[in-house]
Ligand binder design. Structure first.
Ligand code: NAP
Length: 292
């Protein structure tokens, strides 16, 4: 029997990952910790608590994920996303555990204009991307059995996300302005949780890109959300990232090549539009953050 520890279990991905892990590994022990149980910024405490549990696999999905907030709070971004990852890796090293670390498309600058491969050189544009890339390097330096999964544009029922934001705004306004110069793949946390569990099942190592297939802009994604929710009377205006003027610069192109995932596990995540349809069929406005 294996002991699998998820850190960040009460976040958006964590809520779905806990359930999916239970279905993939019914005979193993799954532990879900979050900030109440462990603060990964604290080295000694993190190492002590993880070492006490002696897990075989540690899945670190705890992060400071407020991309704009990271710009004004660089110290916290690095303390959680980079140093926190190092503390978890140190503990895993002592227990000889496998480490699974979730990373992001924001490690890239988007200038490639064709789907990013795992081996492409990172060049983050914002603090969040820098902090996650540093986390990747710490984990790789410290632990031999490492699985890094880069993903993007997440939405799911256990957290506030782009879908919940569009639906909320559409219930309040007649016209929405949505950015139309960033391209990526919206990814449903249930599908990502299955990809993570599959990669663990295959004992995969190294870096993998995992996202729902096909790509779009936030504007196209927003239109699809409204249409599938029967709210397409709300007018949507395409705008540029410059017009939105958010603190963190985002890559204009962040599409992943997910062929490595397919080659090693035969898994391809379904198109984002299909996943969105399923998510919206179960969507209830009050469900944001109910996992907490
Ligand atoms: N969301 C996306 O679009 C996206 C895209 C690419 C990659 N990712 C990566 O995917 C993973 C999961 O993302 P998510 O959207 O599910 O994030 P999330 O909803 O923000 O969940 C992260 C969880 O970690 C907890 N946490 C924060 N600081 C912590 C600390 N010092 N010690 C322990 N726990 C801490 C958070 O608690 P609080 O809420 O109380 O802070 C939260 O419950 C992250 O590694 C993220 O970087 C996300």
């Amino acid at each position: 029997m294996k002991r699998i520890l998820v850190i960040g279990a009460k976040g958006m991905l964590g809520g779905d990952l806990m359930g999916v892990l239970l279905s993939f590994f019914p005979n193993d022990e799954i532990f879900g910790w979050d900030i109440e149980e462990i603060d990964i910024q604290k080295e000694e405490d993190t190492v002590f608590k993880i070492e006490k549990l002696r897990p075989h696999i540690v899945i670190n999905i705890a992060a400071y994920t407020d991309v704009d907030g990271c710009e004004s709070n660089e110290e916290k971004a690095f303390a959680v996303n980079a140093e926190g990852a190092r503390h978890v890796a140190l503990a895993a090293l002592r227990c000889q555990a496998k480490v699974v670390y979730l990373s992001t498309d924001y490690v890239f600058d988007g200038k490639k204009r064709e789907p990013y491969l795992e081996g492409d050189p990172p060049h983050p544009l914002n603090v969040y991307g820098h902090s996650k890339w540093k986390g990747e390097r710490y984990v790789q330096e410290l632990v031999k059995d490492v699985l890094i999964i880069r993903t993007q544009w997440l939405y799911g029922k256990y957290g506030k996300n782009f879908v919940t934001s569009i639906l909320r705004q559409a219930s309040e306004k007649r016209v929405l302005s949505i950015v139309n110069d960033q391209i990526g793949s919206p990814t449903y946390t249930v599908d990502l949780a299955k990809a993570i569990s599959t990669l663990i099942q295959f004992d995969a190592r190294g870096i993998f890109h995992a996202a729902n297939s096909d790509f779009c802009t936030w504007y196209t994604f927003g239109q699809a959300i409204l249409k599938l929710s029967g709210m397409d009377k709300v007018k949507v205006i395409p705008i540029s990232s410059k017009e939105l003027a958010r603190p963190a610069v985002r890559p204009s192109y962040s599409v992943f090549n997910c062929q490595k995932l397919k080659k090693e596990t035969s898994l391809t995540l379904r198109p984002w539009s299909e996943a969105l349809k399923e998510y919206l069929s179960t969507y209830r406005p009050s469900t944001g953050r109910t996992g907490r």
